[in-house]
Ligand binder design. Structure first.
Ligand SMILES: NC(=O)c1ccc[n+]([C@@H]2O[C@H](COP(=O)([O-])OP(=O)(O)OC[C@H]3O[C@@H](n4cnc5c(N)ncnc54)[C@H](OP(=O)(O)O)[C@@H]3O)[C@@H](O)[C@H]2O)c1
Length: 316
């Protein structure tokens, strides 16, 4: 049995789910992959906070105590750009493989981090950073590596889709947003989600993997202007309104667009409701592939993080 030591940065929604999942899958990983995962140390902001299922002896508020240990992989689920970036850079410098769920960090500094990782001979796994539990990164990187991608179209923001689903049930925008916040599907500050910027960040990551071409144009429109009248208008045409993210080939590169669209009720993305995410990938050889599922949440996102850790275990 091979032992893989993990340093965990962050123990909130995703990090806490990751600890629980590693525990739950321990026997299966041992028998199937001859792998014994141990979480060596866990970075948090407040070591005194009550955390169910977490051994308090593993907690520290000092990042170097996690990063500078001799772990095989550092899992970054702290979030944000500044501290998380400092931690990931340090982990790479120390020659550690990294797994991150941090889309904002990759959107801001991805090319620098991937360059540094390549130069140091380590990898960065980022399956969880786009659409949580939906394994779209793996599909693009490996499953479709043999094909040319023609387009990617998706519902990449669960919050926006949840709000639009409620608007279709007759709620007004403010009510629908309040409902999303109550159920934990929207942040206290929902601007990144409803403005379309969150979906645009995800689309940029997917487009970077799918196409060997520069991004020529990006257009981002939020859903905050969607009124009951617009929903009625869509309905009367047999359509639904969805916030659609699209990456398509144009002369000299790729065009990215995020914004509300009328979709005929028969289209695959029209049937995606509530907080579900979905991605339609069109490949020249394979045709259309549709992935859908839970794009966020503790356990789905933790499963994507763990999948990356398992991939890395083959490299150590
Ligand atoms: N939540 C989701 O469904 C989801 C889905 C996909 C991707 N992600 C991404 O996953 C990452 C983590 O998200 P989350 O929802 O798990 O966040 P979260 O619940 O806020 O957890 C963040 C964790 O990091 C710790 N932390 C934050 N800043 C820190 C700092 N400067 N130094 C030390 N520890 C710090 C916090 O410590 P305390 O516990 O002491 O506060 C907490 O344990 C983000 O990049 C997010 O975008 C999340």
């Amino acid at each position: 049995v091979k032992r893989l030591r993990i340093g965990l940065l962050g123990c909130g929604t995703v990090g806490g789910g990751f600890v629980a999942l590693v525990d739950r899958e321990r026997d299966r990983l041992r028998s199937r992959y001859s792998l014994d995962l141990t979480i060596d140390r866990i970075l948090v902001r407040d070591a005194g906070k009550e955390r169910r299922g977490i051994d308090p002896a593993l907690l520290t508020t000092c990042a170097t105590e996690v990063i500078d240990r001799d772990c095989d992989v550092i899992v970054e689920v702290v979030g944000g750009v500044h501290s998380a970036g400092t931690y990931v850079r340090r982990a790479i410098r120390q020659g550690r493989h990294v797994v991150t769920a941090n889309k904002a960090l990759l959107a801001a500094t991805g090319s620098e981090l991937f360059g540094a990782a390549a130069a140091r001979g380590v990898t960065i796994g980022f399956e969880a950073s786009v659409c949580g539990g939906v394994p779209v990164i793996g599909v693009l990187r490996r499953g479709l590596a043999g094909d040319s991608i023609e387009s990617i179209t998706g519902i990449l923001n669960g919050t926006s889709n949840f709000i639009l689903s409620r608007l279709h049930e007759g709620l007004g925008f403010a009510e629908a947003l309040a409902c999303a916040q109550e159920l934990g599907f929207a942040e206290a500050d929902p601007a990144l989600d409803v403005s379309g910027q969150d979906a645009a960040q995800k689309l940029r990551i997917l487009a970077g993997l799918a196409f060997d071409a520069p991004i020529r144009r990006t257009t981002v429109v939020g859903i905050d202007g969607i009124t009951p009248g617009i929903i009625q208008n869509a309905r009367s045409r047999g359509c639904v309104v969805r916030s659609v993210a699209e990456a398509t080939r144009v002369a000299g590169g790729i065009e990215l667009r995020v914004g509300p669209k009328f979709l005929a009720a028969t289209e695959p993305l029209a049937r995606i409701v509530d907080e579900t995410n979905a991605i339609v990938i069109r490949g020249r050889a394979v045709g259309e592939i549709v992935l859908s599922g839970r794009g966020a949440g503790s356990m789905p996102t933790a499963a994507a993080v763990l999948a990356d850790v398992l991939d890395i275990s083959c490299l150590t």
